[in-house]
Design a protein around this ligand. Structure first.
Ligand SMILES: *[C@@H]1O[C@H](CO)[C@@H](O)[C@H](O)[C@H]1NC(C)=O
Length: 499
């Protein structure tokens, strides 16, 4: 079986070339923006009387919106949650393209510098070691790197929702830029896809809440707000709603589309059409499976389709910056709309610009790029990341498994025009860093070489069953150049063929 676990996620930018020189992304200072940690802590205290799941079941189901922070100019979106007793507040990247929860722990020495760490020793409710089915080592491979940690269990909460026996990884090694070096940034990641995708085999936090009837309705919803200041590392990034939707953030109906039948792994829909500057580009019928993925920045699709899409734009051509990327004259307005079988959802013309072509200020690099995923029903051919999701209110519904989209309200930055028309946007065009220092790059996860050792290579550690490397061939595709700090935090795109 071909797995693309995480390979689709956390792909902030994918200038993809095999074996090209890696890059260093300049780190930037974070801004002053902070979430209201007091409010988060207050909610946790309120919830702590109800750790017993039996008691939780009796509580009134609810819907809560938590603030989201936009990191690095739309590169990733995170929110805070708490773990342990007393609660430790940590940021987690919100990722609908994976299903595991992890926090960098105090033993994390690599690629977690300056990150606020989970101190398991300070939590009276923490369970680790080799007891109660926890303690085993697990490796998770993402598009932008890998993490390795020990299976753990503790009380975790977000937005006032609590799961008292949540399994997660306490990560001791990260390889690749998944977390930025910053005490105010995320300390981990919360996978919001389905349990069947989880490397930890743990029930994801959101599914545990659905199962215990804590949600008003079995839904999670996102308003992902664009960065309005690329010079500032953390800016308000919208809202993540657990247990329902927030009617102040969208207008009109939510159009739900059922997912394909079968055991759900990713949140997937069937792509029905891509319209570009009024022309509908046919999509190959065998590659219509599309992941809806908050943890990926851009839009990726099969080479044949993506080439056909860009062929409709006069003056476009392959970008020298990266295999699979295209550039086009910046003065050309590229209006793209996406349909998954219902309404056609427009993407703002500025979101279609991933950045400027280095050294060619008149050329812009497109945010739709080509990458070919080996054909397999479990693996989507398309990935619709934040480039698309910033333009809609998105709702992930567990029963029946479906994804819904609605028009953003004016409060959420929507224009008030219907889905059939193109929304304008004042989002700034990312600038391109022309300098990078490969020598400071911490190294690819050398997952294609199981003989490698050490913490530098989490992908080669771990038990056989938990280790994707042990069970299959892996293609490492790395990003050769920096497009923009606004887009890049990840360096590696890994297509992992496990088993
Ligand atoms: C809905 O979202 C807005 C904006 O993020 C927020 O201020 C409000 O509290 C949310 N409403 C609910 C009921 O959570």
């Amino acid at each position: 079986m071909v797995h693309l676990i995480g390979a689709l996620t956390l792909l902030p930018l994918g200038l993809l070339i095999v074996a090209a020189d890696p890059i260093h992304v300049p780190l930037r200072r974070r801004s002053i923006h902070k979430l209201d940690l007091n409010e988060v802590a207050r909610r946790v205290k309120v919830r702590y009387g109800f750790e017993d799941p039996a008691v939780s079941k009796g509580r009134r189901a609810s819907t809560v919106s938590v603030p989201v922070t936009n990191q690095d100019g739309d590169a990733s979106f995170f929110a805070t949650m708490t773990v342990g007793t007393p609660p430790q507040t940590l940021g987690v990247i919100l990722d609908t393209g994976s299903a595991d929860l992890w926090f960098a722990g105090t033993s994390c020495l690599q690629d977690c510098q300056e990150v606020q760490l989970f101190e398991s020793a300070k939590s009276s409710s923490f369970q680790g070691g080799n007891t109660n089915g926890v303690g085993s080592e697990v490796v998770i491979q993402y598009g932008s790197g890998a993490v390795r940690g020990a299976l753990s269990q503790d009380t975790v909460s977000m937005g006032g929702f609590t799961v008292s026996n949540q399994k997660f990884l306490t990560v001791d090694a990260i390889n690749g830029v998944i977390l930025d070096s910053d005490p105010l940034g995320p300390s981990g990641l919360m996978g919001l896809a389905f349990a069947a995708l989880a490397k930890t085999q743990a029930t994801p936090f959101w599914e545990a809440l659905v199962n215990s009837n804590q949600f008003s309705s079995p839904e999670m919803a996102f308003w992902l707000a664009r960065s309005n200041n690329l010079q500032v590392q953390d800016v308000p990034g919208g809202a993540f709603t657990l247990g329902g939707t927030n009617s102040s953030l969208f207008t009109g109906d939510i159009e739900f589309i059922n997912m394909p039948t079968g055991t759900p792994l990713f949140w997937t829909l069937t792509l029905s059409s891509v319209t570009i500057n009024g022309k509908t580009v046919p999509i190959s019928s065998d590659t219509t499976s599309a992941a809806i993925d908050t943890g990926t920045s851009l839009i990726a699709g099969p080479t044949a389709d993506v080439t056909a899409i860009w062929a409709t734009v006069p003056g476009s051509g392959p970008s020298p910056s990266g295999q699979g990327f295209f550039n086009f004259p910046c003065k050309t307005s590229v209006e793209v709309s996406i349909s998954f079988g219902g309404k056609s959802w427009p993407i703002s013309t500025t979101d279609i610009i991933a950045g400027q072509e280095p050294g060619e200020s008149s050329l812009c690099i497109g945010a739709i790029f080509a990458v070919d995923v080996p054909a397999n029903t479990a693996n989507p051919s398309w990935i619709f990341g934040d480039t698309f999701l910033k333009n809609v209110y998105s709702v992930f519904r567990a029963t029946p498994p479906s994804v819904g989209f609605a028009q953003l309200s004016s409060l959420a930055g929507g224009t008030g025009t219907g889905p059939a028309s193109t929304s304008g946007s004042s989002a700034p065009i990312p600038t391109v860093f022309s300098t990078f220092n490969p020598s400071t790059f911490t190294g690819l996860p050398t997952i294609s070489s199981p003989s490698s050792t050490g913490v530098a290579n989490p992908g080669t550690s771990g038990t056989t069953s938990d280790n994707p490397v042990a069970s299959g061939a892996i293609r490492v595709v790395q990003i050769p150049t920096t497009l923009s700090g606004a887009l890049l935090t990840g360096l590696v795109f890994v297509l992992m063929l496990a088993l």
